[in-house]
Design a protein around this ligand. Sequence first.
Ligand code: NIG
Ligand code: FE
Length: 427
Amino acid sequence: MRSLLIENLSEVATPLGTTVRAGEDQGRVARLAGAEVLCRDGSIAFVGSPEERRRQFGELPEVERLDGAGGTLVPGFVDPHTHLPWAGSREEEFAERLRGATYLEIAARGGGILSTVGATRAASEEELAEAMLPRLRRMLACGTTTAEAKSGYGLSLADELKQLRAVRRAGARQPVELVPTLLAAHEVPPELRADRERFLALVCEEIVPAVAEEGLARFCDVFCEQGVFSAAESRRVLVAGRERGLLPRLHADEFADSGGAALAAELGALSADHLMAVSPAGIEALAATGVVATLLPGTSFFLMKHVYAPARRLVAAGVPVALATDCNPGSSNTESMPTILTLAVFELRLTPEEALTAATLNAACSLGLGGEIGSIEVGKRADLVLLDAPNLLHLAYHFGVNPVAAVVKGGRVVLRGSALPPPPELT
Ligand code: NIG
Ligand code: FE
């Protein structure tokens, strides 16, 4: 039996449970001073004091140990909204935006998503998988142990399949676990600009069935937004996905209130994402149905919009809130969940405890994985992050640094951030 004991921690900080935490529960986090964690066969077997561990398991002289060095242990971060499989880069558009152009203006003249579509179509499946690997390494270095990954830069049957197959390839080559989502309705491709109906039929009648048949995605997503796909068009795609076993989640009310939140509630989506422009009625609909609001403050920051999703109103209404990077080349070029946690505290005004729940248990639940990951409790998978921080508050308090000292995935130490050799002595 493979075992790992994580000891000498200042605290273990974790939300508790297997289902979403909402309202006041969003900020109820257990903080266990001086606790140890024992992992066995990939799962968490014990969380508690060293004395209690000795009483239950003995001295464990042979066991592999991870020295917590006075740090804080939190659940591995779950990043439930990324656009990871892309080719190319958009720093020139970024520079244009710095000179004053807006994201929507750039998109309107054929840049934006469509420029990444061009580069992604030109790449092979293997090239796409290889492009993902450095991104996944950075994710792991920043403490992410599970990430969702969307297609949506292919926009044709062959290219959407290629992206999702690349996700499967890259997932098998490194420790971050990937949850694939079909986002064929991310934009209308250039060749069908004049015939949206044909594109919608292609998505519903060809792409969705092919992806479901090959078992390439767990979720179906749509960019429901003014000027992209209407609520009615989004409903059609999400219902087609659901009929084939792809669960609905969606880009909702990012720039304008397009009825996305209400649609997520109507369809029983696991998650409604972005919500910068969500209406009071949209918030009520999410609260009434328990749909997770996945907030992406990196996008507000990167687009320099100075408009953030109404996180405090969502929490007050009882909507469970999750956090994600939205990692993509156009609107949020980061793999770092600690950066997102910083933005969540400073700009969304979540408390550090609420933000931790959002980046772990609620994010896991938004992917349907709350029973397996997202908290440090006996029976859950041992996906853990050791922070070089004396307590949870430092995750927000000490900003702009990577706080990750080590990452444990399925009970194995897969990354040691502090394992760098010391610099040579100056003579
Ligand atoms: O979530 N909103 C739509 N899709 C992405 C942007 C993708 C891109 O610009 O390439 C987002 O922000
Ligand atoms: Fe997105």
